[in-house]
Design a protein. Structure first.
Length: 284
């Protein structure tokens, strides 16, 4: 970006003959803070003019702003593609550094080592399904659904979702906080399993409505929706204790092991494992 007497614009490189101020310094808007995180507010100071980059209400951008002006504030956010209802995604536990997948015959696994009878990498994908908006009342949800009946809904922070693995099982939490998917021990434990989760973003504040959009590459946390007011479980987290890791729903909001990176993947990624499962009669 280059700033001259006519305002601001983008140039191809430093050797294209453009003359102007092209060096900026990023400053955190919060006092006594040097941290840059998702949701943080920044200002960009043009070092040659000692003034700040700004965008006015008409969308005009220049570098003639003052630090006291609100139109010099910019918010850090992810630039990945927005995730929509029905999107095919993968989930990677940030604490484990491994992907979470549904086992073909039922159950859940973190990581792809020692998968018996199937390729764990091929079974990474999940389908994320919108259930409701945790930030709106019921009437607002119905109005929004009517408006978006012909388009895929863009998912946002605070939405209630379901996660369906390639084994067609839903991610679920038993009454004692054990996390699984499909037919295994947690499905038969006492109490009905919870299969709906509120999505929260991790890693910084999300103060604006625009900043709530979930994008590929975002770090998220999942919290089971309580069946009764005042009840409920903690955030889903990676538990690395024991011979192999597992997921449990007892994480606190400040825990470092509740984070999952969510990424969109092409729907073609589901063809190979599902085709193999059908040829094998649905087993792994």
């Amino acid at each position: 970006m280059c700033v001259d007497q006519s305002g601001s614009g983008f140039v191809a490189d430093a050797g294209d003959g453009a003359a102007g101020a092209a060096t900026f310094a990023a400053e955190a808007c919060a006092e006594d803070s040097d941290d840059v995180y998702i949701g943080a507010n920044l200002r960009f100071k043009c070092l040659e003019t000692e003034q700040y980059l700004r965008v006015d209400k008409e969308g005009v951008c220049d570098a003639a702003g003052l630090s006291t002006q609100p139109d010099t504030q910019f918010q850090v956010d992810l630039g990945g593609q927005p995730l929509t209802d029905g999107a095919t995604i993968v989930l990677r536990s940030d604490a484990a550094g491994e992907f979470v997948h549904g086992i073909p015959t039922g159950g859940i696994r973190i990581g792809e080592d020692e998968c018996e009878g199937y390729n764990g990498k091929e079974w990474r994908p999940w389908v994320i399904e919108f259930v409701g908006d945790g930030n709106a009342d019921r009437e607002a949800i119905l109005a929004q659904e009517a408006q978006q009946s012909f388009t895929a809904r863009v998912l946002q922070e605070g939405d209630v979702v379901r996660l369906r693995a390639l084994n067609q099982g839903l991610l679920e939490v038993s009454a004692d906080g054990q996390v699984s998917c499909g037919s295994d021990a947690s499905s038969s434990s006492d109490g009905a399993a919870v299969r709906e989760f509120v999505v929260r973003r991790v890693g910084g504040a999300v103060p604006s409505k625009q900043g709530r959009v979930l994008r590929s590459g975002a770090q998220i946390a999942l919290r089971p929706v309580p069946r009764e007011p005042g009840g409920g479980l903690g955030f889903v987290r990676y538990d690395g204790d024991g011979d192999e890791g597992r997921l449990v729903a007892d994480g606190a909001a400040a825990s470092q092991d509740i984070g999952f990176t969510i990424d969109a993947v092409p729907v073609q990624r589901v063809v190979a494992p599902l085709g193999a499962a059908l040829r094998a009669g649905g087993g792994g």
